[in-house]
Design a protein around this ligand. Sequence first.
Ligand code: C5P
Length: 221
Amino acid sequence: QYRINIAIDGPAGAGKSTVARKVASRLQYIYVDTGAMYRAVTWFMQKEGISAENAVKVLQMVQNMVIELKPHENGQMVMLNGEDVTPYIRSLQVNAEVSRYAQIEDLRTHLVHLQRQMAMTKGVVMDGRDIGTTVLPDAEVKIFMTASVRERALRRFNELDKAEPITLEQLEADIARRDKLDEEREVSPLKKAEDAVTLDTTNMSIDEVVEYITAYCIVQM
Ligand code: C5P
């Protein structure tokens, strides 16, 4: 069978990462979580006290940074300059600002370049916001995964570390705010590619979504 690339885009909390990872494992493909890359950069900049307004400095730091994604039992490990930063990148602090850093055009160009390199040999399942439109416009399969804001907040809530002091309503507001920032930004906004298949997962289980996408991919091979 010939190897294809699979692009999975959609708003925050639609279940893209879980689904993409499982589809990749079913097909024995490589999973690339591009959100983790934006998160790792955000975590680093926050640690160094470089704000998203300081695009010049952000870019300067990113150019000297080594970002690696490695497969891991529970998804993906993100290495930044050789350090495993996976435990830090899903914090509320990173959530709060990642979409601001993700608006920096030159940062996006840099990460998109890395992402394309990762997909060069094909056999990649990549999830994000702009994969079907910008990163891999030639991907053989493009899925646009959505779910209602309420349902997405519920899913995030259930997977949160319960030590995080946040309510379902706060999560809903956070998700709605990130959707808005991601949809309205100038560079590579969150947008369904014209040739993408929309999948509303509000009333689907993870396994049903994985089943659907895997079957669809096999037909395209
Ligand atoms: O997918 P995840 O929720 O981890 O992504 C975190 C944030 O990174 C998104 O809200 C978005 O602002 C940004 N992002 C992006 N382009 C991607 C992946 C993520 O702008 N391809």
